[in-house]
Each structure stands twice: as C-alpha cells, then as structure tokens.
Design a protein around this ligand. Sequence first.
Ligand code: ADP
Ligand code: MG
Length: 497
Amino acid sequence: MSDYRIQGATGEWEVVIGLEVHAQISTQAKLFSGAATAFGAEPNTQVSLVDAAMPGMLPVPNMECIRQAVRTGLAINAQINKWSRFDRKNYFYADLPQGYQISQLYHPIVGEGAIEVQLDDKNPESTKTIGIERIHVEQDAGKLMHDQHPTMSYVDLNRSGVALMEIVSRPDMRSPAEAGAYLSKLRTILRYVGSCDGNMDQGSMRADVNVSVRRPGEPFGTRTETKNVNSVRFVMAVVEQEAKRQVALLEDGGKVVQETRLYDPDRNETRSMRSKEDAHDYRYFPDPDLLPVELDDAFVEECRASLPELPDAKRHRYETALGLSAYNAGVLTAEVETSRWFEALLAASAAKQGKPEGEVAKQAANWLTSELFGALNKLGKGLAESPVSPEAGGELLALVGKGTISGSAAKQVLEKMLETGDAPGVIVEREGLTQTSDTGAIEAAVDAVLAANADKVAQYKGGKEALFGFFVGQTMKAMQGKGNPQLVNEVLKAKLA
Ligand code: ADP
Ligand code: MG
C-alpha cells in the first residue's frame, strides 16, 4: 500500500496511474514488410512499397514479431490468446500514408498478466503487484520533422510499419515511485526476454501516462493521458505535475476533462494537445487483407521453452542457492548484461579455485558490486566497456581465495589491470605482491613488533584489547603489507596469550 498523498488546501488526494507502454519489437524486419528497422539510418532509406502504402501492396505478417509478443506475454505470466486478429484504426495524419494503423483492438494476442515491482531496493518485502490488462501488436507511424527548414515540414517513413507491442497496465499505481518502478521493471523484463532493447532515448520504448486523482477511498476520477514520455524520470515527473495540476483545478471548483496532453521537460509541465477521442472515432474494423492469427500449442510451448531465466527467478536463486544479500541479488539482476557478467565471473573464479560456485559467490558479488563498479565509475565506464574481462576478474579472485595475495594487494592489482590490461598473475609477479604465508617470517616480524612495543604489550595484557589492531597494523607494515593477514592474526593471538 502506498501512502503517497497530494496535500491540497481542502485535504488529501490520492493519485491513480495506468501506463500504456509502446515497446518496439527487436526484429530485423518490420511487422508487415521486409524493410529494415535499424536505428539511425538516413531518412526514408528503410521504406518498402508496403510501408509507403503504395496502392495494391499487401501486408505479410512477420512471424518473428508474433513470436516475440507471445514470449513477452509468457514472461509476465499472461494469458496467451491463440486466436487474435488485426484491426484497422482509421485516421489521417501526414506521417501515416495508409490512412490507418493496423492494430489489435478487439482481439489482442496477449490478455491478463502482472508484474511484481520492488519499491525499496534494500527491502525485499516492499513489493507490489501491478496488473497488466493486455498486450497487442501494432504498426508504428512515420516521423514528421519541423525544425529542418523555417517554412517546410519533412516526413521520414523509416519507422512506418515498425512492429510495436502496446503493453497496457491496470490503473494499479498510486505514486510517482510506483510508476517509475513499474516502467523500470518492465524494461528489465523486455531486455531479458530480448523482445525489445528498451532504449528509451532512441524511442524504442515510450509511455503514455494516464493520471487521475481522487479522495482516498472514493471512486476513480477522470483521467488525462500524457503521450510519448521517453524516460523513467519524465514519467515520474508527469505523474507529479499532472496530479498537482488536477488537484488545484478540482479544489478551485473546476473539472478535469479527459484529454490528451504533452509533456514539456524544459518547463516541467504538461500541456493540452487535444480532447480525448473515443474508439468509435477511428471506425475500427477487421483488416480484410489479413487472416486472423492462429497459434497452436506447439508454437506457444516453443516460445515458453525459449525464455531465459527471468529477473525474479534469477534474483531468488542468487539469494537462496548462492547466498547473496537481497541487495546484491537485486543489483546483479537489474540488467541482463550485469547478470551475464557476474555469472561468467563466478564460473571463472570457481573453476580456478576448484570450488563449487556457492562457496565463492559472495566474494565474487562483493568484489563486482563494490570494487569493480567503483573503479569503473571513476573511469566513467559501464560494465560493457570494462577493460577487465570476467575471466581476468575470476583469476584475481582465485589469487585472493587461494591466499596468494591479500585483499589489499588485490585492490592494487585491479588498478594495474585497468591501467595496463595485463593478467593479474603477471602483475602480481612483476610487482612482487605475493603474500607471505611462511610462518617463520611472520613469527620473526611479530616478535620484533612486540619487543619494540613492550609498554603496549603490558597495556594489552592489562585489558586494553583494542590494541590488537595496532599490533596487526605494525606487523603488516613491517612485512610491507605482504603478510597473510589470517596467519598474522593467529600468530599474534598465540604470542599475546
Ligand atoms: P483507452 O484505450 O481509451 O486509452 P483504456 O481503458 O484502455 O482506455 O485505458 C488506458 C489506460 O488508462 C490504462 O493503462 C488504464 O490503466 C488507465 N486508466 C483507466 N482509468 C484510469 C483512471 N481513472 N485513472 C488513471 N488511469 C486510468
Ligand atoms: Mg489510450
């Protein structure tokens, strides 16, 4: 339960949010033509006769798009409709040469599903289930460009006919944070599935944000829909701004009109675009050029079998089978690339130490989330650009695990690895960082330290136990940091007893 409230002049208001997310399906070709879909091409270089709506052209469904929509539906535990159908949604716009968009109003391919979001990344109990009403498949439109020339507008049809999934949530969210968490989680799932790259800055994923306000416990109020919001941060800002605007309007005696709005990030405000149109305004009807989509069980099962381990399952496995903290499990599964990197690191480290993964997983998780992430952060790099490979990281962890080098030496080795790209073993040799596990040498160093600090030894024996750390530090210093810390501790304890 969210306790997010807008404090108005006349009392508290609750916010109700539903998101319609357009996610571009990751495929080589468009939904009904063979034209390419790659981002960033020169305008109008990826347009087939079908996409340009030349008379007499016929759409041919790209089964890969259907497959990706079904896989996505299965990933959110949704009902898969084995019979679905495409409809024409008729409207005029300069970037829509067909004069209609092919979509699925009455019989979407995916029905009811849900995803679970975690609202506080440190608290695994802070979860909430957000319902998903449907996913349907539809065509994208082209793009108008008004800023190239003072008196002319241009149209780029590269996006025309690109396959989209429209993922429609239930009005289950109650705060900007919940809307943000939902969109992030949805993006994570799509990336795991591989059905959408989730790149919001390239327009591969954008959200229509439906917002209304009500007195807590009252029926839903009238909503507005802010279109094409292209980042998680902006979605959260839209919810906040729109809710505040509606509260002010209602408290002023006004009424919220159901309308479509636009978000202006520069001014952080939403503006009215047009009044809300109804389904009947579009004269929807079944597309006569397309047969219904009929799926058999074998196809659905093939889609299910092709799914990777999904984020919730992976996170659970990291906590239970690998013994990671809830926080680390969350961080390492938030992006599919991060989990792949971690799993490669873990495999390499375990193999080089000849130990089961469960025994070395915590060490690997801690090193990756604190040491490597920290170091990469300083370099302004992401994991994808890491100069250190998972295999090299595994080798470094094995050197620590086997006691060849100390934890503090490992930090130095990592720095050198990032600088030079050399293997950790080579660096340890060259820099002489091998730690001493020779008890004779350690005992000699401890004896010297205790002899030189007889006064402190007396204080320690008199009960000042905090001095133990001092003796450890002095011994390590005497050994130029190369003493095996565990052995140093043991020897000191024995000699001071
Ligand atoms: P349409 O297709 O006309 O946009 P839908 O009924 O499909 O209408 O709803 C679209 C989105 O609006 C859904 O995500 C839904 O959760 C959300 N929604 C519906 N009613 C409300 C409301 N009162 N407040 C906020 N969001 C709402
Ligand atoms: Mg809508």
